[in-house]
Design a protein around this ligand. Structure first.
Ligand SMILES: Nc1ncnc2c1ncn2[C@@H]1O[C@H](COP(=O)(O)OP(=O)(O)OP(=O)(O)O)[C@@H](O)[C@H]1O
Length: 790
């Protein structure tokens, strides 16, 4: 196994940046054997155990603005491991391949550790596991002796200051508001935040005037992000590429600041950077490639060990070595796989395990009560919800769109509903052919003689004209036609919705029909009938015209009976329509739609505003940063619930005022139950909004989900059509949905005046509450699952 050629054919670098045969690590021909690796390992272990300063010493410097760091090494004894990662393995559920593959890393307490590696090698993954944002598939991470993510570890939270790679700032906040929020979350007093803000702004050269973060340059924004990380002076600071896009002088300032902070040995910094040479200021450099740590040691020792003049060359050398090892492993027979894997492991991470072994896993500070500020911060900050509430309010102050949306949308929606839906169609044309009498000119004008004292077949006249007068109202416009074919042609060509025909001597035969009753002749019966041809292509208009004609006939019959002093109960249809128990004799479609309209408005308004505000927070890692700072997801949700509830109440009040006061739509029931049910429906919409924003990361995905739920809920809720009219399978689905029973309950409250004691009403409340619990539960479960698999 030792004979495996690990670096055959790699030419030694001849120029100044190349590596010589440094410290026994390489052969003159550039070839390395796993035996060499073994030797390197042993040397490192021996050195580590023999020398008291074997572990990277703390570099101290004075913080001077615009001055290069005067790094004065102060040799110190072995350090406790502030961060220790052992045999970490990690892959993403939706990612391709293994990201961390047996990764080991040891960060001595009170030092700066610079993690270097190519893009995509897994640096951010390592850091996010350290701060407790993600979990390893296997292996262990300890920070100050505790596992991040465990209860009371303070991680995520104030123990660690984490500057993520993405900006993760509220663009609509000023710099001071940003620091105020994160200071508040960290539990700092206002004056402490103010004092530290001043110092950080001056050190990091951030513009002090009250500029919005989004109006700063990219570099300035990154410095604000760094200031947010440092504001609470955490014992462990994790910085993911803090110097990207920063001017070299300022970059040095940032390093000076980090060196200054670690000077007393109580603050530990892990930093990733693309500027390899700047990493030489770190106490320890970890070189990472393809999910494993190739080496970790002080910069000088790395250079000396590999005989290189620059860190780039050390990295190149180790990378080639790893590549060779991996190639050999891939090409070797399966029988030797176990041995090869061992060789590969040795080649891939020389010295890392030994370095780790040389350190005490349990931080010394945990046994030293004098070093309180190095202990994990077990803050239980009950102010987080308040801080999030303040943040949401400040955000709303800067983004009035959601507020305007909540105020204006109900006005527009209810206004449009009031003026469009449910209003009876007007001026529907009916073609009339009257062969009875020539009253066409008098249609719509009360110009006929009254009923005679003695109503007989002979002296009852103009009955067709009286009938037409009773038909005519705002909804129907009668138009005379000379003949049946011409009237039918008008219907066929869409000029009229129907045609009516009064036969010759209609008045006389109708009088005979009334006077003679069951003795009336067939001729009298035939000639006393009106013929009607309707255009039924529009169901609502067709039915409305038919109903209007039938009602007119009834009214007309009563009119004759009253005019002639006959018994008014002798009607052609022996059904007496009494005053309705609930509603009106001619119910309006508007009244039918109204409850569904209110419920859906409140429900979907709350859903939209919730999804919008949470996605806004998730975008650019904003929420992730708050969570890393110690805010819990429950606190984030609680702050949103409070704000959304206020917005919802405003929207609901506007909607109800518009519908009930402005348009005077009818509500027979107690307003209290109407308001409470609407409020709960809003809450229900909000909870569905939470669920959607948990599932979706982009506005587009959320829009698809929102629209995808809108239409099924509208159609199945019974808002547009009675649920009783649906297919029986759909009916059961419809009743189970969040809006259906609530709409039915509201309809019963508003239309029948029922209270909570009626099953239909309280079932609406129960169903809404059950859906709130369901949406909240699946949201929390989703959050947990996402956390587990992230
Ligand atoms: N959420 C995720 N789902 C799936 N794959 C992911 C996810 N996050 C990262 N990866 C993948 O994991 C690998 C390591 O990513 P990571 O961000 O840790 O690399 P990095 O070294 O920090 O890169 P860079 O220097 O460019 O930021 C990459 O291949 C990346 O595509």
């Amino acid at each position: 196994m030792d004979d495996i050629e690990l670096e055959e054919g790699v030419p030694p670098r001849a120029n100044g940046n190349g590596c010589g045969n440094g410290h026994g690590n390489g052969h003159a021909n550039g070839g390395y054997r796993s035996g060499d690796l073994e030797r390197i390992r042993e040397e490192l272990s021996t050195a580590l155990r023999a020398a008291p300063d074997a572990v990277p010493a703390v570099t101290t410097t004075v913080l001077t603005s615009n001055a290069p760091a005067a790094a004065a090494a102060a040799p110190r004894g072995p350090r406790a491991a502030a961060i220790s990662i052992r045999n970490a393995k990690k892959s993403y559920p939706l990612g391709s391949g293994v990201v961390l593959d047996g990764f080991n890393m040891t960060v001595p307490e009170g030092t700066i550790y610079s993690l270097l590696g190519a893009s995509g090698c897994g640096k951010t993954t390592v850091l996010s596991c350290v701060v407790g944002r993600r979990r390893l598939n296997s292996g262990s991470v300890t920070v100050l002796g505790l596992s991040p993510g465990t209860p009371r570890s303070g991680m995520p939270g104030p123990t660690i200051g984490y500057m993520p790679q993405e900006l993760a700032l509220y663009g609509g906040f000023t710099v001071t508001e940003t620091l105020q929020f994160f200071g508040w979350v960290a539990g700092l007093a206002k004056d402490v935040v103010r004092e530290r803000t001043e110092k950080l702004l001056s050190t990091l050269e951030i513009p002090t005037e009250n500029r919005l973060v989004r109006d700063l340059s990219g570099g300035q924004q990154r410095r604000v992000s760094l200031a947010v990380t440092l504001i609470h002076q955490p014992p462990v600071i994790i910085l993911d590429e803090p110097t990207v896009g920063v001017d070299p002088v300022l970059r040095q300032n940032i390093w000076d600041l980090l060196l200054h902070m670690t000077r007393d040995g109580h603050t530990t910094v892990v930093i990733t950077t693309h500027y390899i040479e700047e990493a030489r200021q770190a106490d320890t450099i970890g070189l990472m490639r393809q999910g494993t740590l190739l080496a970790e040691d002080s910069p000088d020792r790395l250079l000396a060990r590999y005989g290189c003049h620059s860190m780039e060359d050390v990295f190149l050398k180790l990378s080639l070595r790893q590549q060779r090892a991996l190639a050999v492993v891939a090409a070797t027979a399966a029988a030797a796989a176990a041995d090869l894997a061992e060789a590969d492991g040795e080649a891939a991470s020389p010295g890392t395990t030994e370095l780790g072994e040389g350190l005490d896993e349990r931080p010394a500070v945990l046994d030293d009560p004098g070093l309180l500020h190095c202990k994990p911060v077990y803050l239980e900050n009950h102010n987080n919800t308040l801080a999030c509430l303040w943040k949401n309010l400040t955000y709303m102050k800067r983004n009035l769109v959601p507020v305007l949306f909540v105020v204006i949308l109900p006005i527009i929606q209810c206004g449009l509903f009031g003026v469009t839906v449910g209003r009876d169609p007007r001026d529907l044309r009916l073609a009339v052919v009257n062969d009875d009498v020539a009253c066409s000119a008098a249609i719509g004008v009360a110009g006929f003689p009254g009923y005679p004292n003695n109503c007989t077949t002979k002296n009852l006249r103009f009955l067709s004209c009286r009938m037409l007068e009773l038909i005519d109202d705002d909804r129907i416009a009668l138009e005379p036609f000379p003949s049946i074919p011409s009237a039918l042609e008008a219907v066929r060509t869409g000029k009229a919705w129907g045609a009516l025909y009064f036969p010759a001597n209609y008045s006389r035969f109708l009088a005979a029909r009334h006077v003679w009753g069951r003795y009336a002749s067939d001729k009298a019966l035939n000639h006393s009938e009106i013929s009607a041809w309707m255009d039924m292509s529009n169901q609502y208009i067709g039915h409305m015209l038919q109903a209007s004609l039938s009602l007119s006939v009834l009214r007309f019959t009563r009119d004759i009976q009253q005019g002639c002093h006959w018994n008014t109960r002798n009607t052609p249809v022996p059904v007496r329509i009494m005053e309705p128990v609930y509603g009106q004799l001619e119910p309006s479609f508007q009244d039918f739609c109204l409850p569904g309209m209110i419920v859906t408005t409140v429900f979907f308004m709350a859903l939209l505003v919730t999804v919008g505000s949470i996605l806004e927070e998730k975008r650019d890692g904003l929420m992730a940063r708050s969570l890393s700072a110690g805010v819990t997801i429950h606190e984030v949700l609680a702050a949103h619930v409070i704000i959304q509830m206020v917005l919802m109440v405003i929207a609901m009040v506007i909607a109800l005022v518009m519908l009930l006061c402005v348009f005077q739509l009818s509500n027979q029931g107690p307003l209290f139950w109407v308001i409470l049910l609407c409020f709960l429906q809003g809450l229900c919409g909000m909870c569905l909004g939470f669920f959607i924003s948990c599932l979706c990361d982009t506005d587009m995905a959320a829009t698809y989900m929102g629209v995808g739920t809108f239409f099924p809920l509208i159609f199945l809720s019974g808002m547009l059509w009675p649920v009783e009219g649906m297919h029986y399978l759909l009916r059961s689905v419809g009743w189970a949905l969040p809006l259906t029973l609530a709409t039915t309950a509201l309809r019963s409250i508003m239309g029948r005046g029922w209270g909570i004691d009626q099953p239909v009403v309280y079932l609406g409340f129960v169903s809404t509450l059950v859906w709130i619990v369901i949406f909240m539960s699946i949201t929390l479960i989703t959050i947990r699952v996402q956390k587990r698999i992230s």
